[in-house]
Design a binder for this molecule. Structure first.
Ligand code: NAD
Length: 470
């Protein structure tokens, strides 16, 4: 969830030493800095379903990780094809009145990937460069994440092609409410429950809940349960804002000991210092770890003696980014990736760790706070170098888990205290981490494949009893 005062997270390389990446977070990223085009990830399912043949296509890359696990566990063919494509891809175009009296047309998306385990669930991204394939990939990841972490939801994702930081509050309110009206008959507290993602925040969620409550026929029946990540004053859950960062830290606490790293005194760096990155940084620091380097769209900073994550979060709230922070020196992009740490946390956008970045990284563990931050080529380099990757569907599942708690609280008219939220979240994260470790033993594979296998086992179990209608 982005703070409203922040500028648009630019999809360009921040520090001046590195040339701008083309489309770093969409379907067509730049080549790895080491040069050479990445190989096309192949699988018979891609040909059968007519997938795009661009090797940089994010959706193809994302689904390939699931298919690797599906092959190892001999998942039936019909489940592979069902899960390789979303059930529904909704695109809407809607006019909005601007402050200057003119109308502008906006494009919005809602992709509903799978609802075998429960209602579709997933965030809304507000970004000027969001595309259908980004949204499809993120929706697919939500299906896998919800299954892995054991919440009764399927996967969905949406977005608006808009730069939220270039509009007045009034314009944003009209954009968000018009988008809600455009998709109102496609969402619902028991059908599809959106949430915040990059560029969207609790205020946006409140406008969506309020608009939906006017438009929905369910009227007084907890219509605010249609969306999570709301302000606490309007049905939001305590602990939701920090939940994804908390989940990253809970995962690290579970997984680091077997890698031989003590969280107390361990050194880490963070890419992206928005909701996920800054909360991960603050909570890790509170557990005795030391933040050595941070990079966001405004630049990269480093301090071997440690960067105060709380002070940096305040600085970012005031100024919009890490640039100009007094407690650290400025470095360039390559220096950022080369900084020696125990744990590196990518918490910005997709496809940022390509082969080049993977070669530069000087860490023992990559804890994926962002969704799909590592490309398949980047992952191969990390694996060859013995760097352990804690996959996003495990590591960043804390957000959707506390969203589930928010939904439960709305449905049952309760307000849990923070202690209960954190305790229940920890239970889910510990269990999910155990499932991943068990799957790694069973299938003798890396943690990403194991996480997908664990997620697929639950989906396979539900399909085997529900069967396919008719
Ligand atoms: P955010 O908008 O709050 O923060 C994004 C951060 O990325 C900002 O610090 C921005 O400066 C940085 N960034 C953008 N482009 C960059 C670039 N080219 N180089 C360096 N830094 C760049 O977003 P968020 O909510 O923290 O989400 C971050 C990631 O985590 C996304 O992949 C999102 O899908 C994922 N995620 C978020 C949640 C959640 O609860 N917010 C849950 C699960 C996963």
């Amino acid at each position: 969830m982005a703070s409203p005062s922040k500028p648009t997270p630019a999809k360009t390389t921040p520090a001046k030493a590195a040339p701008a990446k083309k489309g770093g977070a969409k379907g067509t990223p730049a080549k790895a800095s080491s040069g050479g085009s990445p190989e096309l990830v192949k699988h018979p399912i891609f040909d059968e379903l007519g997938f795009q043949t661009d090797p940089n296509n994010l959706y193809r890359q994302t689904v390939s990780s699931m298919l690797a696990a599906a092959d190892i566990m001999n998942l039936p063919h019909h489940l592979k094809i069902i899960l390789a494509q979303p059930k529904n891809e909704i695109m809407v175009n809607f006019p909005v009145l601007m402050d200057d009296g003119e109308y502008r047309l906006f494009k919005g998306y809602r992709v509903q990937h799978n609802n075998a385990l429960g209602p579709y669930k997933g965030g809304l991204r507000f970004h000027h460069d969001v595309h259908l394939d980004d949204v499809k990939s993120l929706a697919f990841l939500m299906t896998m994440k919800c299954s892995l972490v054991g919440v009764p939801f399927g996967g969905g994702k949406g977005g608006i092609k808009v730069d939220p930081y270039k509009h007045s509050k009034g314009e944003m309110e009209r954009i968000v409410r018009r988008f809600t009206a455009a998709i109102a008959h496609q969402i619902g507290p028991d059908y599809d429950i959106p949430a915040p993602d990059v560029g969207s925040n609790a205020q946006h969620m409140a406008w969506i809940a309020d608009t939906y409550s006017f438009l929905s026929e369910v009227g007084g029946h907890q219509p605010e349960a249609v969306i999570t990540g709301k302000p606490v004053a309007y049905g939001g859950s305590l602990g939701r804002e920090k939940a994804t960062g908390q989940g990253v830290v809970d995962t690290l606490v579970e997984m680091l000991p077997e890698i031989g790293i003590d969280i107390k005194g361990c050194k880490f760096s963070v890419l992206g210092f928005g909701n996920v990155g800054s909360w991960t940084g603050r909570i890790l620091q509170d557990r005795g770890a030391k933040m050595i380097a941070v990079m966001d769209h405004t630049g990269a900073i480093q301090n071997d003696a440690g960067i105060d994550a709380h002070a940096l979060a305040l600085h970012c709230q005031k100024t919009g980014g890490v640039a100009g922070f007094k407690g650290a020196g400025r470095i360039d992009k390559d220096e950022f990736y080369q900084t020696k740490v125990d744990v590196f946390v990518p918490a910005a956008l997709e496809q940022m760790i390509t082969e080049g970045e993977a070669r530069m990284l000087n860490c023992k563990v990559v804890a994926e706070g962002a969704n799909a931050p590592t490309t398949p080529a980047g992952e191969r380099v990390l694996e060859a170098r013995g760097i352990e990757v804690l996959p996003a569907i495990l590591c960043n599942a804390g957000g959707v888990t506390v969203s589930y708690f928010e939904w439960v609280q709305n449905k049952t008219c309760q307000q849990w205290d923070l202690e209960r939220v954190d305790r229940e979240l920890n239970k889910h994260m510990v269990q999910a981490a155990k499932r991943v470790r068990d799957a790694r033993k069973k299938y003798k594979c890396n943690l990403r494949t194991a996480a997908y296998a664990a997620a697929l086992e639950r989906l396979q179990a539900v399909y085997s009893v529900r069967s396919l209608f008719p």
